[in-house]
Design a protein around this ligand. Structure first.
Ligand SMILES: Cc1cc2nc3c(=O)[nH]c(=O)nc-3n(C[C@H](O)[C@H](O)[C@H](O)COP(=O)(O)OP(=O)(O)OC[C@H]3O[C@@H](n4cnc5c(N)ncnc54)[C@H](O)[C@@H]3O)c2cc1C
Length: 423
């Protein structure tokens, strides 16, 4: 696949044409320019990234392929459920480690922030490898009782990995099995919005590449245990760097292309697109994981207060935000996200994902927020075929159910309208 060559651009679901004329540009600022310029004023609710369209005319040096995208319908009548949920972020890096405490091996796997789905199959494999490589792990027989604490995507993929390796006595114990962060997540495969210490970046990249292979196999119907839950759709970002996907290129993904996205209303945006991006249907994938595991593991609904209370020698700690209290880990922080589900859309117009960064500010509860815009083809179980699409983009550090920061919904929606050039 060649960059910027319309004749070769057969991978796109969108209407493409080549254009070499100057592009009307919206004056959008990237996250980095905003921060460097000190624009992130406390309390600012105005999205600086959403200046009026056509404020400057920038010449393009090379012909970019034009992609036509019809904006989603964002009037009130087309807005569905509003969802608040909480990313289990760990400052510095996720905890993917194994330790021996008394007679127990405790394998930690939590703190993946806004990228838990992106990494889940890979991080499960990585941590089970760690356990099997420890001296104690090697002597745990595969018939011995093993417990996985947590039934989010990390816990369920850990259980799946253990089943695949022949462990036969697995219990998944969780305080909650439903309406958890993993059910609500957006579904973009991209290793962004998490903390990565530079020294573990190469490990995170490899974990993500492993996970990409897994989800790509699901999307292509080559994963016999999963009938669905992932699909290949173009993923748009402002820069390659902001996608986090560059390490995947040449390993499992094709290079991104430089494109002009034309929203058909006079608004255009210079973007990069990975045509082999992956959308994970998180609700469906959770259902698939449950149906695979229900005859192979025991599910127990119970809160764990202390690992030492568990009789098992091998414990996988996949409790997300709960791992902070279980381990006395002060680096675990809740990062709140706001989602607005869309309804009565045209499904064919929603076959893409977009993620762009806006600004930083402070919420009504005086919490630090990074604002972005993302739109994915997500739908909720039990909704109609046209109830497709989600608008999201807030990252409120320390946000909890006690600080819902509800005015972020309106800010987010206005940001989406401005970005798409919707009056
Ligand atoms: C708005 C939003 C959008 C997102 N979008 C994306 C995206 O597009 N792509 C992406 O890759 N990721 C995304 N994420 C991030 C992703 O959802 C999370 O990283 C992931 O779901 C974390 O999974 P988890 O299993 O660690 O935690 P959770 O899903 O929170 O599960 C934790 C489990 O542990 C249990 N538990 C907690 N404490 C205890 C205890 N003491 N005893 C027993 N059980 C306990 C809970 O009941 C639950 O079952 C998003 C998150 C949010 C909030």
């Amino acid at each position: 696949m060649t960059n910027n060559t319309p004749a070769n651009d057969s991978n796109s679901a969108h209407d493409d044409s080549a254009r070499a004329e100057p592009v009307k540009q919206s004056g959008s600022l990237t996250r980095r320019t905003l921060i460097a310029g000190g624009v992130a004023a406390a309390g600012a609710l105005v999205l600086a990234a959403c200046a009026p369209v056509g404020t400057s005319v920038l010449p393009t040096s090379t012909a970019r392929t034009v992609r036509k995208i019809t904006p989603p319908r964002l009037d009130t009548a087309y807005l569905g459920e509003e969802i608040l949920c909480y990313r289990p972020m760990r400052r510095g890096a996720p905890n993917m480690s194994a330790e021996t405490v008394g007679s127990q091996i405790i394998a930690h796997n939590y703190g993946h922030g806004g990228s838990g789905w992106t990494l889940a199959p890979g991080t499960a494999k990585y941590v089970v490898d760690l356990v099997e490589d420890t001296e104690g792990g090697a002597i745990v027989s595969k018939g011995e009782p093993v417990i996985v604490v947590g039934a989010g995507v990390i816990g369920l993929f850990t259980a799946y990995e253990l089943v695949q390796r022949g462990y036969s006595n697995i219990t998944v114990m969780a305080e909650r099995f439903e309406k958890i962060t993993s059910d609500n997540a957006g579904g973009l495969l991209a290793p962004v919005s998490m903390d990565n210490a530079p020294e573990i970046q190469a490990i995170i990249d490899q974990i993500g590449i492993d996970a990409y292979r897994f989800f790509a196999a699901v999307a292509q119907g080559d994963q016999p245990d999963f009938a669905g839950g992932a699909k290949i759709v173009p993923s748009y970002f402002e820069t390659r760097e902001e996608s986090g996907l560059e390490p995947y290129v040449g390993q499992v993904m094709q290079p991104a292309k430089d494109v002009v996205v034309d929203f058909g209303n006079g608004t255009t945006r210079d973007m990069v697109v990975y045509d082999d991006g992956i959308f994970i249907d998180t609700a469906l994938m959770m259902e698939e994981l449950h149906s695979y595991l229900e005859s192979r593991v025991t599910f127990v609904e119970q809160k764990v207060l202390n690992f030492a209370d568990l009789p098992n020698n091998l414990v996988f700690d996949c409790a997300g935000l709960g791992s902070g209290a279980l381990n006395g880990d002060a680096e675990v922080v809740s990062v709140q996200g706001h989602l607005i589900m869309l309804k009565d859309q045209v499904p064919a117009d929603m076959e893409y994902m977009i993620l762009v960064y806006f600004d930083e500010g402070v919420t009504e509860a005086n919490q630090k927020v990074k604002r972005s815009l993302y739109v994915f083809p997500k739908s909720l179980p039990g909704t109609g075929p046209n109830d497709i699409g989600v608008v999201g983009g807030t990252f409120v550090e320390g946000g909890t159910p006690e600080t819902p920061n509800l005015s972020e919904y309106a800010t987010m929606l206005q940001g989406a309208k401005d970005y798409y050039g919707i009056a």
